[in-house]
Design a binder for this molecule. Structure first.
Ligand SMILES: *Cc1c(COP(=O)(O)O)cnc(C)c1O
Length: 380
């Protein structure tokens, strides 16, 4: 099956033996009856497994070209489960420019449990080797990065991981499985905040992991059940519904993202535009090689180089909604320094380029003319 067919049918066939409903039913139940102790039909308690969630997990595995999907209550719960594969003393090398909540989870929760993190600029994969020692267990990659839109060569990093017997996990939230399939490029784990493009309608919070390896999947299912951060059947249903239009939504996100990026680049009040589709983007060649298109995320700074200037612009937008999050059908604007990335200390933020004047746009699937007109009036 090819991608567009998988979004609609992957894991979603024959899920209703009772009546043959075309959509997987929402099995809103905590438990399942047994004829004799242990005599059940594959499900016993909804933390351990639920048919609606199982359909979603199959769909996620299918669209990521993986074998096993594991769904969680949020993207951070999914990352939390990955980190629980490790023990005190283990070391993890992570992208230095990453989602603020991931950074907070790494440094404010798991460092206290004895994991050690190294934050490294990975645009040059050779930089990673300098931080590898006998305790290193995992490389964590986010690409394109949030919000600076740097692109990391997954295949090159996977060669470093394989050579040193390390796991490689990729946060694929920004790219979506439509644009980029990390498992095919050598990653062991692909992670999503399904809250974003997978759900696609800003109506749920969810996370997911997909792997190929059976043993790794067993450990992750064990953690999912033992730690318990599962997603519910209603949200699983909504995510399945979202996945059915993932390919056509992302196509339009890419078209509008491209139009917005070019509009901003030519605007006199805009200083710099961060979008991997530009030929002069420092990682354009990698993006071109590993992504099908360049996505709907665009960041930029204004010529009025101040927090006040950026805040004025985001407050004036009318079609773009000022809000955290991304990846929904509606366009959103955010001010990373005071919103999504406020949990990263200012000094660390500025080192990776998140200036106070930076604005991040999640370009939705509205009419291009309306989006450009909105940006024009806000910048004026
Ligand atoms: C939102 C986000 C997360 C965290 O996901 P939640 O669903 O909010 O817990 C992780 N990584 C990236 C890139 C994100 O955008």
């Amino acid at each position: 099956m090819k991608f567009n067919t998988k979004t609609i049918h992957g894991g979603q066939k024959d899920v209703d033996p009772a009546y043959g409903s075309v959509m997987p039913p929402i099995y809103q139940t905590s438990t399942f009856s047994q004829t004799t102790p242990g005599g059940h039909k594959g499900f016993e308690y909804s933390r351990s497994g639920n048919p609606t969630r199982a359909a979603l997990e199959k769909s996620l595995a299918s669209i990521e070209n993986g074998k096993h999907g594991v769904a969680f209550a949020s993207g951070l719960a999914a990352i939390d489960a990955v980190l629980k594969l490790f023990k005190p003393g283990d070391e993890i090398i992570s992208t230095n420019d990453l989602y603020g909540g991931s950074y907070r989870l790494f440094t404010q929760i798991f460092e206290d449990f004895g994991l050690k993190f190294h934050f490294v600029g990975m645009q040059d994969a050779d930089k990673i080797a300098e931080h590898i020692n006998e305790n290193t267990k995992l490389i964590w990659v986010e690409t394109p990065t949030n919000p600076m839109m740097n692109v990391i060569d997954i295949e090159a990093v996977s060669q470093v991981a394989k050579k040193n017997d390390l796991l490689l996990a990729v946060d694929n939230t920004f790219a979506t499985p439509y644009l980029q399939q990390p498992l095919d490029l050598g990653a062991d784990i692909v992670m999503h905040s399904a809250t974003k493009y997978i759900g696609g309608h800003s109506d749920l919070v969810m996370g997911s992991l997909v792997v190929k390896d059976d043993e790794l999947a067993d450990r992750l299912y064990f953690i999912q059940n033992a730690s318990g951060a599962i997603c519910g059947p209603q949200d699983s249903f909504l995510a399945l519904r979202g996945i059915k239009t993932l390919h056509i939504r992302v196509q339009r996100h890419c078209e509008n993202g491209k139009a917005v990026a070019h509009f901003l680049k030519n605007h006199p009040k805009v200083d710099h535009v961060y979008w991997p589709g530009f030929e002069d983007h420092p990682n354009h060649d990698i993006a071109k090689k590993q992504m099908k298109d360049y996505g709907g995320m665009v960041s930029f700074t204004t010529t009025e180089d101040s927090k006040e200037g950026a805040v004025k612009v985001v407050e004036k937008l009318k079609v773009f909604t000022l809000a955290e999050s991304l990846g929904g059908v509606e366009s959103l604007a955010g001010h990373p320094a005071s919103m999504t990335h406020a949990s990263i200390p200012k000094e660390q933020r500025e080192k990776i380029g998140i200036k106070d004047s930076l604005i991040r746009l999640s370009v939705g699937i509205e009419d291009e003319e309306d989006l450009l007109a909105d940006l024009e009036q806000a910048l004026d």
